[in-house]
Ligand binder design. Structure first.
Ligand code: BEZ
Ligand code: MG
Length: 555
């Protein structure tokens, strides 16, 4: 059911082309699933669930019994049918259907459909080509918020200039609230599986994500530490205060934050805030078992390995002016022998400390390799917030370069592999998944899903390149975190290579990407990430050699 309900991108975005009917219905359904207090609209899922006498949708989601799933499916089906009808025939037809099928009165759903009507109109138009032409001509391009359509439908129409957020407004009240739920779920999950919550975690923070969510990742870091943002008279977040342990009801968690170059460029004030939060917590007079920040800092200082200043560094990024971990390039180019090299590269690129040093001087990216290595040495879990429906952990190489990279670096310095978690910030129930679970879900929802790959193949050459890149990004999770099951590679081979008709399509559309895909499967087998069945490797080698011949013009 989860795979079925995920919003699955069907093909690439074509610049200047507006959304089609099905894509429009999928997006509207996602938009309708959230309460929109700003326009007085309640979640359509809640309205239907209540109309059917099933209570709140939130409760249905929490109920994982078969009966619960069935009830939830009945709500989802009714919502889907009404939104599809709305797209085809308009609001009157949708009102009538909902009243009949789910006893939702038009007066209750009118605000939702007004909102969906506006979103639908705006999805129909694309200002992208015009916006680009204006930008190229040096003309004014109207600005709009930077966000995900589902998070904030006000991003529409597309083709406008993206304005970011005011870093002093981060995290927003809403982001801090939502972060509370995600962090509770995350810690509960870790406790259930490991008997206790992690004492130290590694977090990845990105810039665009924190723009889209008004700082949800930042808020999660504050929540883990057990601090709250404090706003000044101009409503700017410039301080933090510790939540007392009695109120927190659990131990604090030490956090090692590796932030992207984009985050560093956009959120300077926020890096200082995060650094301040760590120093505040390190200075609290609390017992070691409830305050691992203080315990870790004191242990480092007692070892005599560094100063107090140094022992409190937790915010790391690239050197000023530099971006990325390069772990993705090393993996894509197969330029590594032992996976230790991937963890070391991550540390080399990300070991620049930000925050305030002694006497309040800004550190501005001072190289601090030992400090990052030491901080990583006590990490037990790594985590990143996934902020959008469209870009998941196998769509781009950046998730494995960052979250995979930090996980490998932890393995190297803590001598144990951390448990890796991701959350779906957009899901109603603050869902948290382990990395292997997420790889399975992405594989089912995208890489092996005919709806997804046929959408891609419709784009010809570029579509095959996308399929190949999903396989390589999946491979990246083997290389950095050993998080890919055998069946994933076996099914990829079966779908794209052993199926002659499919292989023929790929080779005609884009023989170079087809060859890379086959080579990546052979590399997965060769590096021991996949125990392929007898005969399969032979067939992959033959396919590889045929593709070589084709590319070289022999066949
Ligand atoms: C960021 O928004 O920080 C980001 C974007 C793309 C890749 C990596 C990070
Ligand atoms: Mg990129």
């Amino acid at each position: 059911m989860e795979v079925e309900q995920r919003l699955i991108p069907t093909g690439l975005h074509v610049f200047g082309r507006a959304a089609g009917e099905r894509e429009c219905a999928d997006l509207l359904r996602a938009v309708a699933s959230f309460d929109r207090p700003e326009c007085g609209a309640r979640s359509l899922h809640d309205l239907v669930s209540e109309g059917l006498g099933l209570g709140s949708y939130e409760k249905l989601i929490a109920d994982k019994s078969e009966e619960g799933w069935r009830k939830r499916a009945s709500v989802d089906d009714a919502v889907r049918a009404s939104v599809e009808l709305f797209v085809r025939e308009g609001a009157a037809a949708a009102f009538e259907l909902l009243q009949r099928s789910s006893r939702v009165e038009p007066a209750e759903s009118v605000k939702v459909f007004e909102l969906l009507g506006r979103v639908k109109e705006q999805l129909r138009t694309s200002g992208e080509l015009e916006g680009l032409a204006r930008a190229l001509g040096g003309e004014y391009v109207e600005p709009g918020p930077g966000a995900d359509i589902v998070q904030n439908p006000a991003v529409l129409p597309t083709g406008r200039n993206t304005h970011a957020v005011n870093p002093y407004a981060v995290p927003s009240h809403a982001a801090y609230e939502r972060a509370g739920r995600v962090v509770d779920t995350l810690l509960a999950r870790h406790r259930a599986e490991h008997g206790r919550q992690p004492r130290t975690m590694a977090l990845v923070l990105w810039g665009l994500d924190n723009i889209k969510t008004q700082g949800e990742g930042v808020a999660q870091a504050l929540r883990l530490l057990g601090v709250r943002p404090v706003r000044d008279s101009l409503n700017r977040v410039t301080e933090v205060e510790a939540v007392p342990l009695a109120q927190l009801g659990r131990a604090r968690v030490d956090v090692v934050m590796t932030v992207s170059g984009i985050f560093r460029d956009l959120f300077g004030a926020t890096m200082l805030l995060l650094d301040k939060a760590v120093r505040t917590v390190a200075g609290l007079d609390e017992p070691d078992e409830l305050n691992p920040v203080r315990a870790n800092v004191r242990a480092r200082v007692a070892e005599g390995s560094c100063s107090l200043e140094e022992a409190q560094l937790r915010v790391f990024s690239n050197a000023p002016g530099s971006y990325g971990t390069n772990v993705n390039f090393m993996v894509m180019d197969s330029q590594w022998e032992s996976s230790d090299a991937l963890g070391d590269l991550f540390v080399t690129r990300k070991c620049f400390a930000y925050g305030r040093g002694r006497e309040g001087r800004a550190l501005e990216g001072r190289e601090a390799r030992d400090a990052l290595s030491r901080a990583l040495s006590s990490v037990e879990a790594a985590y990143q917030n996934v902020d959008s429906f469209e870009i998941g952990i196998t769509d781009v190489d950046h998730y494995f370069e960052y979250l995979g990279g930090v996980s490998k670096a932890v393995e190297r310095h803590a001598r144990a592999r951390p448990t890796v978690y991701l959350s779906d910030a957009l899901s109603r129930d603050a869902r948290v998944r382990t990395l292997p679970e997420m790889v399975r879900l992405e594989t089912r929802a995208k890489t092996l899903n005919p709806k997804w790959y046929e959408g891609m193949l419709g784009h010809g050459y570029r579509g095959v390149a996308e399929i190949e890149s999903h396989v390589t990004n999946t491979f990246g999770w083997s290389a950095t975190a050993d998080a890919v099951d055998d069946w994933v590679y076996a099914e990829v081979a079966r779908t794209y290579v052993l199926d002659e008709e499919m292989l023929g399509r790929l080779s005609r559309l884009n023989p170079h990407s087809a060859r890379s895909l086959v080579a990546r499967l052979l590399e997965a087998e060769g590096r021991g990430f996949w125990k392929a069945e007898a005969g399969v490797v032979e067939r992959l080698r033959e396919a590889f050699s045929d593709l070589e011949d084709r590319i070289e013009g022999v066949a």
